[in-house]
Ligand binder design. Structure first.
Ligand SMILES: CC(C)(COP(=O)(O)OP(=O)(O)OC[C@H]1O[C@@H](n2cnc3c(N)ncnc32)[C@H](O)[C@@H]1OP(=O)(O)O)[C@@H](O)C(=O)NCCC(=O)NCCS
Length: 170
């Protein structure tokens, strides 16, 4: 674990969200106004990284839910051997780190935590890839750096196959 982090765990009422600032207002607001409700209603599972200073302060988070992609979103190489109906995937709904923890490895640790969760789920329910819709070019660069590739349906829609996620933990 990264120094200064107590745990990565499911969001609860006990977590302090009010001071979270990742530098992107949209992602701050989501954590403060929607994340807990979305988790409670089984829409998006929200995992938070919590500071170890006894404040229960959230210093990073990500959201996971499911989605499906049409085979038309895939390149000819990726489409090979797949049925022509929509394919079940995991969606990394959001990922953000508080500015006080930027460039300390927490973004990578949260991403690996999400991969581990998806891998576990995929043992009981087949999941072809993890999908992410990058919010801007900076986010896209972060995901490309971590092995995601661009889908054919748009410049900001990226995917990482479950095979690549498996290889990461081998
Ligand atoms: C993008 C973000 C999550 C990165 O978190 P972080 O904790 O600072 O990143 P890390 O320190 O874990 O970096 C992990 C790796 O990614 C690289 N990286 C970090 N930010 C990057 C970026 N913007 N572009 C490319 N690579 C990046 C690091 O160099 C590091 O590489 P290495 O493992 O090869 O050394 C964080 O900057 C953030 O919250 N930004 C605002 C919200 C956002 O844009 N979220 C993403 C899209 S929804």
């Amino acid at each position: 674990m990264i120094p200064g982090i107590r745990a990565i765990e499911l969001i609860t009422k006990a977590h302090n969200r009010s001071d979270f600032n990742c530098g992107k207002p949209q992602l701050n607001d989501y954590l403060k106004t929607q994340a807990r409700y979305r988790n409670k209603k089984d829409i998006t599972r929200i995992f938070v990284a919590v500071s170890d200073d006894n404040s229960n302060r959230i210093v990073g988070y990500y959201g996971l839910t499911s989605t499906s992609i049409a085979t038309s979103e895939l390149s000819d190489k990726m489409i090979k051997g797949l049925p022509r109906y929509p394919i079940t995937c995991a969606l990394l709904a959001r990922l953000a780190v508080d500015v006080s923890f930027h460039n300390k490895g927490l973004g990578g640790v949260l991403l690996a935590h999400a991969w581990r969760n998806v891998l576990e789920v995929s043992k009981k329910l087949a999941i072809k890839s993890m999908i992410v819709d990058a919010k801007d070019q900076e986010a896209k660069t972060f995901y490309l750096h971590h092995g995601f590739i661009q889908l054919t349906s748009g410049p900001m829609r990226l995917a990482l196959s479950i095979d690549d996620i498996r290889k990461f933990f081998r």
